[in-house]
Write a protein that binds this ligand. Structure first.
Ligand SMILES: *[C@@H]1O[C@H](CO)[C@@H](O)[C@H](O)[C@H]1NC(C)=O
Length: 155
């Protein structure tokens, strides 16, 4: 036996082992922390602004994100605290955290943003992708006067 033979033999044995060894049980990916997927209307989303021990939520195109881990930005006193407990879609799309970006009538329909152009919608899409990576979706936002809200006992 030369050293080369020994190495080759070891390699063969090792490869045979790899093929024949029992398959490790499939380990499931770690489950995300359990979250109750809730239905919100603009008025019921409002208290989620980080005060009174509440988490910080905001909605983007009908999805409610828990942005509590970003409360320095979105929580009380943060530069974007305007959006806490609100539908942030228009403001994100337009790149403005101005009060005027918020839907005024909380009892009315959700902002469809039909007046915005492709650039704004593209920008919004970019924000959504970032939020999807960083934050959990904890619910959906529906208008007060909707079958979904009625079903959830919210109107
Ligand atoms: C947060 O929400 C509570 C309850 O809706 C309200 O009383 C409070 O003024 C809000 N705080 C801020 C900073 O908007």
């Amino acid at each position: 036996m030369t050293p080369i033979n020994i190495i080759l033999l070891s390699l063969l044995v090792f490869m045979a082992y790899l093929r024949l060894r029992p398959k490790a049980p499939n380990t499931l990916p770690k489950a995300p922390p359990p979250t109750v997927f809730k239905t919100f209307t603009p008025p019921t989303l409002l208290p989620y602004n980080g005060t009174n021990g509440m988490p910080v939520y905001f909605a983007v195109r009908g999805r409610v994100f828990d942005v509590s881990s970003g409360r320095n930005f979105y929580g009380p006193g943060g530069p974007y605290s305007n959006f806490a407990g609100r539908d942030a879609s228009r403001g994100l799309a337009c790149g403005s955290f101005d009060e005027s970006m918020l839907t005024k009538n909380l009892e009315g329909p959700l902002d469809t943003m039909s007046d915005l152009g492709p650039e704004e919608m593209e920008s919004l899409r970019g924000w959504e992708e970032r939020f999807e990576e960083k934050y959990l979706v904890v619910g959906r936002l529906v208008p007060v006067d909707s079958p979904e809200a009625k079903e959830a006992g919210l109107s």
